[in-house]
Design a protein around this ligand. Structure first.
Ligand SMILES: *Cc1c(COP(=O)(O)O)cnc(C)c1O
Length: 390
């Protein structure tokens, strides 16, 4: 039992699909359709395909009406791209504390914060207590593949007349039971627009970069199609200043092939998560992922919490078990965002999570034997903490 358990296996799924994926490349070579063309339009039936998740976020915010000088409320325990997209449209990110159990944006704390903000008498907008600028939009993140409390957040958005977007970059196919809509809703279907990433390690991953925006607003979709292509309305006629944010044809073809397997891969991830839940239930030092009744997560990551995380992680690494930390430094404490003026202690729950979270190996093809080994080594690693180091 000395086999390695990788954190993520990106080889097996591609080996299984090798013939189909090579065919995608052959088609592109033979048609010379590398950018645009049939494989992109085949892939993007119900969304706008773009170059990355970050592009998707930026275009969604831009087309959705976020303007330079606006403040957008989001969370700090996310990948930095969530905040970067806000900054890149000329707006300012401001971070709302997260729920201690779900790790997602807390609708209560969001509401309480907005209640405290002054109102601009001319526009009716709430003025951020931090930036002094109008708050115009919300960008919750469906962290680790679990949808945030969208009923609560949508209610706040309505009350304070804020645009609502979703960062669904980790949540392909995740579901949420909306009491307001009285049905299960998919991640990416509840905001004005939502961003997905097809970065290789995501639940649906390209063999390179890719992303997509979902929206039910046809006008928004049209604008995003222009934004991703230099603001081009027709060839060499540019109606606005845009970007080079296109998905290339080979990636679209690859994603089209892989999309057909996503439901099965999600099922396998859920089975793997259920096995971890059982295997780890008897280890009192570990806090397991919390899944609210209204949530069907897709386990982009399976994240536990432990004390002395670095020691546990390095012990697992010595036993050939790969793990990850998502994320070690919350955005409000990143050097890149120092000018926002946050300090340690401003978001205690977020900061506590960043010190304790540990992502275990999670991918559709993980075996029961791998998971048993992870559980065994984890039990040893957390119990050995009681002993002195020297
Ligand atoms: C991956 C990710 C992004 C960015 O996606 P890219 O495709 O890498 O640009 C944004 N937000 C979250 C939460 C992510 O996990």
């Amino acid at each position: 039992m000395n086999a390695t358990v990788p954190f993520l296996d990106l080889i097996t799924p591609h080996a299984d699909l090798e013939a189909e994926l090579i065919e995608v490349f052959r088609t592109a070579l033979h048609s010379a359709a590398f950018v645009g063309g049939e494989s992109v339009s085949n892939f993007e039936q119900n969304f706008v395909a773009v170059g990355s998740g970050t592009d998707a976020l930026r275009f969604a915010l831009l087309a959705g009406g976020v303007r330079p000088g606006d403040t957008v409320l989001t969370v700090a325990n996310t990948f930095i791209a969530t905040a970067e997209a806000i900054t890149q449209v000329g707006a300012y990110p401001e971070f709302i504390e997260v729920d201690e159990r779900s790790y997602n944006m807390s609708a209560e704390k969001l509401h309480d914060y907005l209640e405290l903000c002054a109102i601009d008498v001319r526009t009716g907008a709430r003025i951020s207590r931090r930036t002094g600028l109008p708050i115009t939009a919300l960008l919750p993140v469906h962290l680790y593949g679990q949808v945030a409390d969208m009923d609560g957040i949508a209610q706040v958005a309505e009350k304070f007349q804020l645009l609502l977007f979703e960062d669904a970059c980790q949540a392909h196919g995740a579901e949420y039971f909306s009491k307001r809509n009285e049905r299960w809703c998919k991640a990416g279907s509840m905001g004005k627009a939502a961003a997905f990433s097809f970065y290789p390690g995501k639940n649906l991953g390209a063999c390179g970069e890719g992303g997509a925006v979902t929206t039910s607003d046809a006008q928004l979709a049209r604008e995003m199609r222009m934004l991703r292509d230099h603001g081009q309305a027709s060839k060499y006629y540019h109606d606005r200043i845009g970007y080079n944010g296109r998905l290339d044809s080979i990636q679209a073809g690859i994603l089209d092939v892989k999309l057909k397997h996503l439901a099965q891969w999600t099922k396998l991830r859920r089975q793997a998560a259920a096995r971890y839940n059982t295997l780890l239930a008897s280890i009192p030092e570990i806090i397991l992922p919390f899944v609210p009744e209204e949530s069907r997560p897709v386990y982009h990551l399976y994240v536990i919490r432990v004390n002395h995380r670095e020691r546990v992680q390095s012990q697992l690494s010595k036993s050939q078990i790969g793990t990850g930390i998502h994320y070690p430094v919350p955005i409000h404490l990143q050097r890149a965002y120092a000018e926002l003026g946050y300090k340690k202690g401003d978001l205690p729950v977020t900061e506590m999570l960043s010190a304790e979270v540990l992502s275990l190996p999670m991918f559709p093809q993980i075996t029961e034997t791998d998971q048993e080994k992870v559980a065994e080594e984890l039990a040893k690693a957390v119990s050995s903490q009681a002993q002195p180091v020297f």
